[in-house]
Design a binder for this molecule. Structure first.
Ligand code: GAP
Length: 485
């Protein structure tokens, strides 16, 4: 008997964080020193899962005629970040509590302050606003977005951490870029930044790639790499971290054709998540309203996943117009125009960007794959990864550790290892070994048993259905490769 236990409860993320550590997916960075906030390490299974996600993305994005790959350096000329607008605009409004020293992003107060505290302070600040139509959260957010009113609100609000009233500082702009120094002298003229997005490495190489690969518009450049943001508040495990990986593709198009390409990439990108098994009903687009667009965007949408804590962005798709290349032309003094052979026109291309978080996608795939089922009165935790993403593809398990079974199992292991990521385990009860493989998300377990010694067949147990089939050892590799495809 098997039944699935409801997912999406509040404790799901805690269970996944605990499983992630127990099974070696993700560890806290520098754990023996108490950890480093907003930084995580990928363990033996995690690094495989992350690698598989990146590999699938790379194949989907660059195994095409019209997209080239790139790996630009993390450290870039500081003028890049002036041109991109990050030095000026990549800021969050931040406040501190003078009493308990806690630091908050102003725009997150709506979710952090209790209903009672919101109601009390809004009523005190402005009874007219309080009496207006609309939800308490909407009214509170509107006040925070109005600079003059926000200042007054902060004077009477209680800190969500220590509960003291009127202890907040005034909001200050906090730039999210990490700074460091180039070379041995720590002075202002040597300041450089850890890149907050991989995109700029692509823009400054646009003409290098176009000329060396002889690509014609429309074409794209794809890149996977680390990005760093000194987030004021990190949260929800891998969702918002200070060091993370992005998988970005910038598609250069002729102005006027941008809308068509934007719509096409939107559909392609959401399909990618579905093809890799992510639950379709937990995916949606969130189109940005015109008054909330980033400084560089003409049109933007987020692909959101429904995490146990609510909907959250996993990928952004933006029509960045000619903003970035135009700014780099202006700041570098080097023309970024493209010469169109066919029409004999010269122009700065528009850019359609698809920007996915590898680490955030990792978290979404992990959460989506996690199931708890009751099997014959016992709880089974299982990660139902798409076989292409599963960190271990096959486990080889001799039924007992004697009678010649380990020798046959080791021979199968030797034959399969060059082709697949294999795990060998001959310790403990077979049921316990299956459960451990379920928690690791291994789609197939091969069991060598008494019958194997007689007829050279093995049992293959499939993770999701738990069905078992007998397969000849000589046909094992083909059988598995076919199933994993
Ligand atoms: N180049 C455009 C850009 O960087 P973004 O919406 O700021 O756009 C794109 O980021 C993606 O990067 C997000 O959808 C998310 O998946 C990931 N991301 C951004 N900030 C992150 C953070 N602090 N931690 C983990 N992932 C993050």
């Amino acid at each position: 008997m098997r039944c699935t236990i409801a997912k999406g409860q509040n404790e799901t993320v805690e269970k996944i964080v605990s499983l992630a550590k127990r099974r070696g997916f993700v560890f806290q960075s520098s754990e023996i020193y108490g950890g480093l906030n907003g930084c995580w390490d990928y363990g033996p299974l995690g690094v495989e899962l992350l690698k598989n996600i990146k590999e699938e993305w790379w194949k989907a994005m660059t195994y095409r005629e019209d997209v080239e790959g790139l790996d630009a350096s993390i450290l870039m000329h500081p003028r890049v970040w002036e041109a991109s607008g990050h030095v000026e605009n990549f800021t969050d409004p931040m406040i501190d509590c003078k009493q308990c020293k806690a630091r908050f992003r102003l725009d997150t107060l709506t979710e952090l302050i209790s209903e009672k505290n919101k109601e009390k302070s809004l009523r005190e600040l402005d009874p007219e606003i309080f009496a207006m139509e609309g939800s308490l959260d909407d009214k509170f957010t509107a006040v925070l977005e109005d600079q003059a009113k926000a200042v007054k609100l902060l004077e009477i609000l209680s800190c969500p951490q220590c509960g003291n009233k009127g202890t907040f500082t005034q909001p200050r702009k906090f730039n999210l870029m990490f700074k460091t120094f180039l070379g041995p002298v720590d002075d202002a003229s040597n300041i450089i930044y850890l890149r907050p997005e991989t995109a700029q490495g692509i823009y400054v190489n646009f003409l290098n790639v176009a000329n060396s690969s002889r690509q014609k518009l429309p074409f794209g450049i794809a890149q996977i790499g680390k990005a760093f943001r000194n987030e004021i508040n990190t949260k929800n495990f891998l969702f918002r971290t200070r060091e993370f990986e992005q998988m970005e593709m910038q598609y250069f198009v002729k102005p006027g054709s941008d809308k068509t390409h934007y719509d096409e990439w939107k559909e392609r990108r959401i399909e990618w998540f579905k093809t890799l098994g992510m639950t379709a009903t937990k995916l949606r687009f969130h189109d940005h309203p015109a008054d909330k667009l980033a400084h560089y965007a003409k049109e933007a949408t987020d692909i959101e996943y429904e995490f146990p804590f609510g909907w959250g962005e996993i990928e952004g798709i933006h029509n960045r117009t000619d903003f970035d290349l135009g700014r780099h032309q202006q700041f570098s003094g080097k023309s970024q125009q493209y010469f169109d052979d066919e029409t004999k026109e010269k122009y700065i291309p528009y850019i359609i960007e698809t920007s996915a978080g590898a680490s955030r996608s990792f978290m979404a795939f992990l959460v989506d794959a996690y199931y708890e089922e009751e099997v014959n009165g016992e709880l089974r935790s299982v990660l139902k990864f798409h076989p292409k993403l599963a960190p271990i593809k096959t486990a080889i398990l001799p039924l007992v550790n004697k009678d010649g079974m380990p020798e046959v199992a080791r021979k199968i292991e030797t034959d399969l290892r060059p082709f697949l990521r294999i795990f060998y385990d001959d310790k403990g009860a077979i049921g316990r070994r299956y459960r451990r493989m379920d928690e690791a998300g291994t789609p197939f377990c091969i069991t060598v048993d008494t019958q194997t010694l007689q007829d050279e067949t093995v049992t293959i147990r499939e993770r999701d259905s738990m069905q078992q089939v007998r397969v000849e050892i000589s046909g094992l590799l083909n059988y598995l490769l076919e199933k994993l495809r």
